[in-house]
Design a protein. Structure first.
Ligand code: AHG
Ligand code: MN
Ligand code: MN
Ligand code: MN
Length: 335
């Protein structure tokens, strides 16, 4: 048999990569892996059984919750509670942080922040969606329920982050601060197998990803950058290619592999941008930096922004370093 390495084996092999006890990370990622498999199985049935469409409720952000948003949230929450490494979670689909109360959970050292289903409006039309997660060591004493401070840590304190993309194949990509590694799910084995070790993003790219429907109210610097992307300068490979799926995970994953930039600036509907700092931008920023790229709000490193609220939004520019720096230049020039 050829050299197949599962995610579980890989984590054990890379024990020294994790600043804390490797068994804990392995168990924690094990619960994420399990929930991802369950969600993957359900997503694959979309269209066959009654799992698409809206629940009829809005989440705290005023977004219409999809059945799969709720399903994925419940599965990830249950899987994280069942193992004893996590004392609480915060999620896009929960108004407040959720504390786990079993004695073993109270003694747990980690909190997880997550976007259980990213791009959920794409489910009904069979387009890739994802899950994003971010892991911190708690700052409150063990033995007690987690506090607000555990969840409102600055992104540079993350001990691990990752995403699952439910795409043409299902992949789990994660970092613990020692590179970015990707695993493809083999349904016949029921395992995530190492397929992309040490992923790096090209410093330059030719893909820009932005919802141009919001153009009229973009900041002038962003408008200037879009114009720059569209100009014909063949020796600089411009005009660039525009690609926008509408699932952050899928747009990010493509740009990570090929080189590119994803932009979600302030818009008329979202004056602070649409994406959420704690469970979308921070984990993706940690991953992109580990892959050699850059993530900013246009002026400041995402990972250095001190959070003030659980569901806080920030403008988000992420991808190939030179592309992100270019848009930052335009934003400085046209504030
Ligand atoms: P979610 O489905 O978790 O609420 O996230 C939606 C986000 C993100 O996935 C995507 O990049 C962005 O919303 C798309 O927004 P627009 O439809 O406004 O372009
Ligand atoms: Mn949503
Ligand atoms: Mn999302
Ligand atoms: Mn979501």
């Amino acid at each position: 048999m050829t050299d197949i390495r599962t995610l579980g084996e890989f984590i054990v092999e890379k024990q020294s990569d994790f600043p804390h006890a490797s068994g804990e990370l392995s168990s924690l990622l094990g619960s994420i892996k399990l929930a991802a498999k369950i969600v993957n199985r359900e997503i694959n049935k979309a269209g066959l059984v009654d799992i698409t469409g809206a629940v009829g409720e809005n989440n705290i952000q005023g977004e219409e919750q999809q059945k799969l948003d709720v399903y994925a949230n419940d599965k990830f929450k249950a899987a994280l509670e069942a193992r004893d490494q996590v004392c609480g979670i915060a999620s896009e689909e929960e108004d407040e942080a959720v504390a786990f109360h079993k004695p073993l959970n109270l003694n747990a050292k980690y909190v997880v922040l997550m976007d259980p289903l990213d791009g959920s409006s794409n489910i009904d039309v069979n387009v890739s969606v994802g899950t994003i997660f971010s892991i911190y060591r708690r700052v409150s004493p063990v033995g007690s329920p987690p506090t607000k401070e555990d969840f409102l840590q600055t992104g540079n304190q993350q001990v691990a982050a990752g995403y699952v993309i439910y795409g043409s194949s299902t992949m789990l990509v994660y970092t613990t601060g020692n590179g970015v590694h990707g695993f493809t799910y083999d349904p016949s084995l029921g395992s995530f197998c190492l397929s992309h070790e040490n992923m790096t993003i090209p410093q330059d790219g030719v893909i820009y990803s932005i919802n141009e429907g919001n153009y009229i109210r973009f900041p002038t610097g962003v408008k200037q950058y879009i114009k720059y992307c569209q100009e014909a300068v063949p020796e600089e490979k411009r005009p660039y290619t525009s690609r926008y799926i509408g699932s952050l995970v899928a747009d990010f994953h493509r740009n990570l592999l090929k080189g590119g930039i994803y932009l979600y600036p302030s818009t008329a509907s979202y004056p602070n941008g649409k994406l959420r700092l704690l469970y979308e931008c921070n984990p993706m920023a940690f991953i992109i930096e580990q892959a050699g790229g850059k993530a900013t709000n246009g002026f400041q490193r995402i990972l250095d922004i001190p959070p003030t609220e659980l569901h806080q939004r920030v403008p988000f520019f992420v991808g190939s370093t030179n592309m992100v720096e270019k848009v930052e230049g335009f934003l400085r020039e046209y504030p």
